[in-house]
Design a protein around this ligand. Structure first.
Ligand code: GLN
Length: 506
């Protein structure tokens, strides 16, 4: 009977290639592979594939093999079930601290900076037996959308290396997409996990603000920053999120509450779930993107979800609010890079301390970092504070309460993640504001502290992945993940990048 069932499953799945956490963890549990063997497979895949996409900026081979050996030993000694992440490799965006290893943020400022402690979220992964393969590429200090502003060069999209992998966590998304990491951690301050996930055909999950500690994540805009899993399936994101979430004494913005596992609540049932559509969020999107998301909406209707139209008059304010508060927080956070406390210091002669700081910062920061610091200082200056910063804070509160009201009419909101599929590197609008405009759908969740996920929902006419986004009210993480899973499970899209590392046929 069991053999018949297995054959039916194989026929149905038709040789699907996977490298999901769940599948790898089954292989490890059944002793079909050891963690050391699995880790070696990934290390060799990184060697083969990374030169074409530049997703990793450093590979921690020695550490990975040591951790893998430890995981194998631990599995032998374990009596009960092993943690799902035990012995499974992963990679980290290079703005997440690991004690004794470099955290460069892909900036000249921190090029030689070694962390003296490990980020809480990373430590939680290690405590559950995760294996670090290396650190991944990003935009300088996580500012950007194309992973092309860092000192290690751009990350290329595994579906088409002439295209960007998105950003700022482009390396993390491209590594998962090309199967040279089963999962990664990115950060999401204004879409940086979801947007590259969308460009690379993988799943990016930004949890409710305050449910994952930011301790050890290099601060960008602290009231928006959130460490976010990127993985090949929704359930994998849930597994990673379940592992890293929780109150942390080292991050006083983490919420003290009961954290029930989300994975247990994922059953794909969306009968009666109300999904809201705000047509504003579909404006300026390519036809391929709009069509793909609307097809997903029909899938939800078929699954018994109710589709409702919603309007949020203030929705367009999300972008200016994000950039004003974001730049203000950046200008304050980045005061620490003064050539004294951290990182790079000018080699030129200087006449006094101000001259030294000025030379250090002019030499070490890239254009976008400088632009945002200057804007932030402008918004916070005495003459502009009320007109810009204070107004943005007030509007942020208004927008947040507008969303609370909208969530009385619907359980979740669906939208495209990005206006187009992956863009070429020569995408260069005349003014920087047009570039920032592409972030409209993703920044909402950061401005209002909401959970949001991006998952693949189709491909455009060039075969590039298209992502859709689901946003839920605060603390509705399991609902967001379950609704995403319902689509993933039904649509069963078989996206395959042209480049591919470690996969298993099932
Ligand atoms: N594109 C966004 C920005 O440049 C991404 C920021 C982020 O999430 N780290 O601000």
């Amino acid at each position: 009977m069991q053999i018949v069932q297995m054959m039916v499953i194989l026929l149905l799945k038709g040789g699907v290639k996977v490298s999901s956490i769940l599948h790898l963890s089954n292989l490890l549990a059944r002793k079909e592979i050891s963690s050391v063997e699995l880790t070696k497979k990934y290390l060799s895949a990184i060697n083969n594939i990374n030169p074409s996409i530049n997703a990793y900026i450093s590979v921690t081979e020695e550490m990975a093999l040591l951790q893998a050996q430890k995981a194998d030993d631990m599995r032998k000694q374990l009596k009960g079930d092993a943690p799902l992440l035990l012995g499974i490799p992963m990679a980290l965006k290079d703005n997440l601290a690991v004690r004794g290893f470099k955290t460069t943020c892909c900036s000249k400022t921190l090029e030689n900076f070694k962390s003296t402690y490990t980020a809480t979220a990373v430590q939680k992964l290690f405590n559950n037996g995760a294996i670090l393969l290396g650190k991944t590429n990003m935009d300088e200090f996580a500012m950007g959308s194309y992973s092309n502003t860092g000192i290690f060069g751009a990350t290329f999209n595994p579906y088409d290396t002439a295209k960007s992998a998105g950003g700022s966590s482009g390396g993390s998304a491209a590594a998962v997409s090309s199967r040279i990491a089963p999962y990664t951690l990115g950060t999401d301050t204004g879409g940086s996990a979801r947007q590259p996930a969308s460009f690379c055909g993988v799943v990016g999950y930004k949890p409710t603000y305050g449910t994952v500690s930011r301790y050890g994540a290099v601060a960008l805009a602290s009231s928006f920053d959130q460490i976010s899993p990127i993985a090949s399936t929704v359930k994998d994101c849930a597994i990673v999120y379940d592992t890293i979430k929780g109150f942390d004494i080292n991050d006083m913005t983490t919420i003290k509450q009961n954290y029930a596992p989300c994975l247990d609540k994922i059953n794909g049932n969306v009968k009666g779930v109300k999904i809201g559509i705000a047509t504003k969020l579909f404006e300026n999107c390519s036809k391929d993107v709009v069509d793909s998301v609307y097809r997903a909406i029909e899938t939800y209707r078929g699954l018994g979800a109710e589709i409702v139209d919603i309007t949020i008059p203030t929705i367009e304010l999300a972008l200016p609010i994000y950039y004003i508060i974001g730049c203000a927080e950046i200008s304050s956070n980045f005061g620490r890079y003064d050539g004294i406390r951290y990182g790079y210091k000018t080699n030129k002669s200087y006449k006094d301390i101000d001259d030294m700081i000025s030379k250090t910062r002019s030499e070490a920061f890239g254009d976008d970092v400088k632009r945002r610091i200057m804007l932030g200082i402008y918004f916070l200056s005495k003459n502009n504070f009320n007109e810009y910063y204070l107004k943005a804070i007030q509007l942020r509160n208004e927008l947040t309460s507008d969303f609370e009201n909208v969530f009385k009419q619907c359980d979740l909101i669906i939208s495209p993640t990005t206006p187009t599929a992956a863009l070429s590197f020569d995408f260069n609008p005349d003014n920087v504001v047009d570039k920032y405009k592409a972030d409209i759908c993703v920044v909402i969740a950061n401005v209002c502290g909401l959970p949001a996920i991006s998952l693949p929902c189709g491909t455009d006419s060039n075969g590039l992945p298209v992502g859709m986004q689901l946003i839920g009210p605060k603390n509705s993480d399991s609902r967001v993940l379950n609704t995403a899973f319902a689509f993933e499970n039904t649509a069963n899209l078989k996206l395959n990048p042209t480049l591919g590392g470690v996969t298993y046929d099932i």
